[in-house]
Unconditional design. Sequence first.
Length: 327
Amino acid sequence: MLIASLLFVCSVDASMALDCGPKLDLAPTTLYVAKSQEIPITRVVTERVGASRNLVVHIANENKRSAMLYQVIVHRVGGSISSAYCVSSGGLTPSGTVTVKIKEAPLGDDVIVQITTSANPKAKYTIYSDLNAQRDFSTREVVRRNLYVFKFKNAPLASTSRAHVEAAIGIWRDAGIDFQPVYRDFSDSETAQILGDDRLLTVFFGQSGLELGEWQDRERVQNLKPKKESFAVVFARTTFQGFGGTRTDPYRVQIYIDEDVLVPTAPVGRTVAHELGHLLLGEGHTGSPNVPWTSGLMEAGTASTFIDVSATDAKRARTRAAQIPTP
């Protein structure tokens, strides 16, 4: 029997709302499972979920003999399906699956996801979100900011820079700060133009060295951002040449990543997340005198591989992040 011939009463006219987004080939592996269960006999599921930027709905037809139709509707909490943000409809062959990435709904707040199917006693749905369902803060408390990522040609971590950034973003998203990376790579000639013929970023050692050496390197990097106060991660070879050149520059709201810190091997992204933590929390390491941080992430990178962020530190970090202008 053709899918089109199945009797299916839609909950809302799909022509009245935007399409929810593209169909993905596979269910995501980097998002959290927000909801997952079998679709009941009533054929209608309504779930309230929160997401910052990424929300994905996966539907599996577990019936090996019968096809089915489905419809996914996303609307605001307290609203109705007649004013849906987006709709995605289609059909599934026996044992078929579909994965829909929600892109039109204004995320950053809770939304209602309604799933309706044709009569089929063997179907399952899973809703994925970029926010951990076990978080201790609301969706509205998530602070979303751009993170400018500059990669210079000769940076020691050039080949793995994106992996480090994405992992660091995941650590801080779990604490309620959702960085949106904006990547920019620099060729060898561009690197020389910005950092000089030596192609080295003058290392930063604190306020006393703000204007020592070729400090203009750091100023030129800062000027690459649309706003000087925006967050930035800079992958570059420094004049220190080693993980000692991996530093936080709170005066320019950017961090410099030379080589990774070894303990003997830091988890991917831990060093970037740690240095971002200094921008968000301040100087000092967990366990040091007069340092209020309690997170494992903020322990000295030469002695720790922990990546946890405590609830108290996360709240303080969100307050700081909210003070940084967008974009």
